[in-house]
Design a protein around this ligand. Structure first.
Ligand SMILES: [Zn+2]
Length: 116
């Protein structure tokens, strides 16, 4: 007996449900097309990046295989500056005013050296 009352309501929601998916389908198709195009572009990019990485990896391996000389090159050359605070070698290319390891201020030592 409760069913006849509930039935029309159910139909109403069904209609609404049936209309929106139709709209969504076209929108979904659009989004799908856009996404697939994007994914294709991204896949191309990933392939290119993978190629780059492989080339870099093979280059690194080559450098290592001939790398005995490369490591020798580093050692006798300029001795890397060490932090006066923690006596650790400072990484190349990163010359800040403070030690990357302990935060020691180099300026303090430089000033002293300049005065002396
Ligand atoms: Zn330090």
């Amino acid at each position: 007996m409760g069913l006849p009352c509930g039935y029309p309501r159910g139909r109403g929601t069904l209609r609404g449900a049936m209309r929106s998916p139709a709209r969504r389908q076209s929108a979904d198709a659009e989004i799908h097309a856009r996404l697939s195009a994007r994914i294709e572009a991204l896949e191309d990019r990933v392939r290119q990046l993978e190629l780059h990485v492989r080339r870099a990896a093979t280059a690194a391996v080559r450098a290592r295989s001939g790398g005995a000389s490369a490591s020798k090159r580093e050692a006798p050359g300029k001795p890397r500056p060490r932090c006066p605070g923690c006596t650790l070698e400072l990484p190349r290319g990163r010359r800040g005013d403070t030690c990357v390891w302990c935060g020691f201020h180099f300026a303090a030592v430089r000033r002293r050296a300049g005065k002396e």
